[in-house]
Design a protein around this ligand. Structure first.
Ligand SMILES: Cc1cc2nc3c(=O)[nH]c(=O)nc-3n(C[C@H](O)[C@H](O)[C@H](O)COP(=O)(O)OP(=O)(O)OC[C@H]3O[C@@H](n4cnc5c(N)ncnc54)[C@H](O)[C@@H]3O)c2cc1C
Ligand code: FES
Length: 292
């Protein structure tokens, strides 16, 4: 984990409002907002105090406002999906939600000594949420910021308006063609990277998109940082639910926890095709005839 220690607070719902096909939830969560950096996430308890839904649900922080009138707020954007997010969709201002955060390792910014890098941010659906603050921070460092946002349809795009303030260019793709170019984010990436002279790519979205963005970045000679969304249970590193195979600097594959060592990983280090398995050669994996 990075920045300050995560804290657990009983947060008060300030607002819940629709944004396209999503809901944006703002919580008064003093202490949580203080050290949030782009890529951090929060884990919310769902279902109320008597709930049988024991596991917290994780959400990227879209916006964190320390201090201020309410003593610190965090905002997340989510899609009602299963039982937990459907419960969240029913909260009202004044309700209490138990929050742990900020969690995880955020996106790494280019070293100040490397000068103003040319950066490309790629978001799929609500995956754009952590990229808006990232765009702002990269812009403050005088980096060039190109953005590509994609989704299945116009209603599932997020952040298009918000990110324009910080971006040199914003490209939009939808699979049904209801906004921007018809197709996937990867269709436009080579052109955007060529025009922008991209050196660093930052991506957040579905796993298939992250794998494809990493491949496109590598082909263009850029390094990708990807925020993965592996299913989580504890969110704090104790249960191993969220592991995925990642190749270390020493060339060895390890099953790495995405909640503590991630969710942001160098894309070229993640064995995308093997996510969900313990691939052969992984440190500690069982081998025929015993342990290595
Ligand atoms: C680091 C991180 C950031 C995320 N950010 C967002 C966000 O900004 N907005 C958003 O809408 N969703 C986000 N998600 C996905 C969100 O956590 C799941 O959609 C949510 O947990 C589903 O809960 P549920 O009860 O509605 O669904 P159910 O399917 O009933 O969930 C059952 C269990 O599976 C886990 N689970 C199910 N789907 C996912 C998933 N896609 N990813 C991880 N765990 C899952 C749940 O945590 C829960 O433990 C994020 C996930 C991670 C890991
Ligand atoms: S979610 Fe439990 S270790 Fe990552």
């Amino acid at each position: 984990m990075s920045g300050g220690r995560p804290v657990q607070v009983r947060a008060e719902v300030l607002t819940l409002r629709p944004v396209g096909d999503y809901l944006s939830l703002t919580l008064v969560a003093p202490g949580v907002a203080d050290d949030v950096r782009p890529g951090h996430f929060v884990a919310l308890a769902v279902g109320g105090e008597q709930s049988s839904m024991l596991l917290r649900r994780s959400f990227s922080v879209y916006r964190a406002t320390p201090g201020g009138r309410y003593g610190g707020t965090v905002e997340v954007v989510f899609a009602p999906h299963g039982a937990g997010t459907r419960w969240l969709a029913g909260v009202r201002p004044g309700d209490a939600v138990d929050v742990v955060g900020p969690l995880g390792r955020p996106f790494a910014l280019p070293a100040a000594s490397s000068g103003a890098a040319s950066c490309l941010l790629v978001g799929g659906g609500y995956g754009a949420a952590p990229l808006v603050a990232l765009a702002e921070q990269l812009r403050e460092r005088r980096c060039r910021v190109d953005v590509v946002l994609g989704a299945a349809s116009a209603g599932r795009l997020f952040g298009v308006t918000q990110v324009r303030r910080y971006a040199s260019s914003v490209s939009v793709t939808t699979e049904d063609g209801s906004q921007g170019e018809r197709g996937r984010v990867t269709d436009v990436l080579p052109d955007v990277m060529r025009r922008g002279g991209t050196q660093a790519v930052y991506a957040c979205g579905p796993m298939g998109m992250l794998a494809a963005v990493t491949a496109a970045a590598t082909r263009a000679g850029a390094v990708a940082q990807t925020a993965v969304e592996e299913a989580m249970a504890c969110g704090i590193g104790v249960c191993m639910t969220c592991v995925l195979p990642v190749v270390g600097a020493d060339g060895t594959t390890r099953m790495v926890r995405s909640c503590t060592e991630g969710p942001v990983f160098r894309g070229d280090r993640v064995r995308w095709a093997d996510v969900g398995t313990v691939p052969e050669g992984t440190l500690g994996a069982p081998v025929a005839g015993g342990h290595r």
